[in-house]
Design a binder for this molecule. Sequence first.
Ligand code: FUC
Length: 794
Amino acid sequence: MKKFLVLLLLSTNAAIAQQPMQLWYKQPARRWEEALPVGNGRMGAMVYGRPEKEILQVNEESVWAGIKFNDANPNAYKVLDTIRKLIFEGKNQEALTIANANFLAVDAENSNKTARAFRSYQTLMNVNIDYGVTAYDDYKRSLNLETGIAATTFKVNGVEYKQEVLASAPDNVIVVQISTSKPGSLNATFSIDRPNIRDTASRFTDCKVTAAGNNQLILNGQINDRNGKEDHGPEGLHMKFAGMLQVANTGGTKTAGGQAIQVKNANSVTLYIQGATNYNYTKQDFEDAVSALNKCKKLMQAAAARSYAAISTRHIQDLKPVMERVSLEINGQHADDIPTDERLQRTKQGIEDPHLISLFFQYGRYLLVSSSRAPGVLPANLQGIWNQHMDAPWNADFHTNINLQMNYWPAEVTNISFTTTPLFDFMDYIRPQGRITAKKMYNARGWVVHHCTDAFGKTGVQNGVAWGTFPMAASWMCLHFWEHFAFTLDYTFLKNKAYPIMKEHALFVEDYLVKSPEGFLVTSPGSSPENQFVHPVTGKPTGLTYGPTMDNQILREFLSKCIAAAKALRTDSAEVVRWEGIIAQLPPTKTGKDGRILEWMQEYQEVEPGHRHISHLFGLHPGTQITEQTPALYEGALRTLTGRLAKGGGHTGWSRAWIINFYARLKQADSVRSHLQALFAKSTLPNLFDNHPPFQIDGNFGGTAGIAEALLQSHGDYVELLPAVPAAWSSGKIKGLCARGGFILDISWENGTLSGVKVRSTTGRNLVLKYRQHLLPLTVERGKEVVVPVDQLL
Ligand code: FUC
């Protein structure tokens, strides 16, 4: 394996004081992928930091094109038995032809036309700042991950300019503070706009900007949906949205002219940026009777009553303790004297940079906290909350065949459990649609969602039958509810929120499964996400099948957790017996001739042997079925990974991130290291956003989770310390990682060996620590901390 150069400059230096985690650059962002993100869960902004023409690209989480309708195809049930019969007879192509005509999402209540794709999550607006500056020096821009402040500083003829941007959760607003070192020298023009503000050949004006008084600009609009080449569902005027900019200056003058506000000779300026829509997340729909503009004005009034100083103090008090819950240091502390883009460039050249690893790790936490929390209500989408497009890649939607799940992998273990609230609410609110879909398509009880959904909670089959027929997405999503309980031991959550949703989905599972010719209970039709095999008779690429390995593994995991939940709540013993009966009839995970895990029921030839989805390793991660206790499968998983990688696997950011997690579970520490390196080298943008390509945030979250997984694992019967720490990370400290069972751990290591462990109990009591081959049972009283005698683990 290629040896990495170790950057000596960045080696241990105990003399360096603890520095804040920040991304920083010596030049403004030339493009969006270089801009820096701030977010409060509801609103987000990408800050370019341009002295000439500053841009803040602003999002509000619910600006979604499209409308709500149940998109389940009612014809599906009429052909379900036929399709199943054909699939069992090996006539997959015939089954696909019938499914193509009867399964795809439709708008049955209105046009009955097939709605082939969702519409998109959209940008709200840009806030533009013209500083009237053409030449400047001493430039720096940064994003401090502890304070969540994006700062830009530069000098013009010796006068220092300072711009700070933050998105406050407590005050529910984005604020900008601009000041100069020379009183009365600040001149700037502020404006707002949106891509659809002007007519273009393919688009319609959907908003207008007006000034209110001399201090406000108001963007008011309504999404005007049109179909182009594809039918994306009904056309027309749909969601209403509003954006506002309020300007407050100290010193100087302020005038509003046309669609801009000009400030002259001021000492400082505070900008308040607000946005709103008429979306109601409990209904997962917009409400015609609600004025987005009035909502926006009210939000503005509340926020603008506070000064920048007050807002930033409250914001830092809110964010900093959350970020400080966890800290990671690899090979000592490092001087932060290299700009982030240069660090990334060096990494691309093969120079390993432990500082970049901890920065990327904390950035993942920062991004999830900034895109998935109150006052926001929707979960982090494919781009978190940051999107500059009107038609985003994959609509910046919620893909439930890996991507939405991956977004939340770091949530529990990296001590930001509260970020899961929007996800759980969303899954809860999706249920009424999911019930209709389960009934209409499969005449099944319970609820279901297929491989993706949007802000209107669509649950039908999207993007083609072979692609979209993945009803196990719902079972997989349900596992997140269990994980939250496993980490927090929150019985109230389990009883009132998690278990009812899991149990209701279990009804769907019971009704959906059918007996296969081999006598197993299987999903049919089903698919191994987005992958195809060569049909042994027709030689054709085939996706639609029965009992793909991932489905079986998800079901085994899901039903086991339903059983565990019922037992924890001392309820539903009859259900437990039924679920145990189903598990016993699921097809086992098998290996093929070359020892690799089989992705489908039979050993088929693969169409794309380097496919990005490695779905049949679900049992290894995030599942818990392939472990050291199942040596043949464990070895099979390693072979499967090697095989995929040899054929070009891992080419998307999220796929690479998943591979890091797989290797962590396989305890292949050096592969964790090399794939992390590859994630930086091949799939990370200058602002450290993950590159699918294009930008897709799951790789950030999956990467952060992968680093945590190398340091601590708790999915088995014990809490394993440093299970996959690369030899090159010879010393280090991780503080504040969470383990299942209600524990928080601080772990340190020196010369590649464990040197310190502290265990705090939040709610837990008994645990077993594991380090290498050593086990140590421990009791930690609730709320107490224990310093573990490390020699007992060596
Ligand atoms: C899945 C992946 C793609 C992409 C999309 C949003 O379909 O296979 O790579 O990430 O989700």
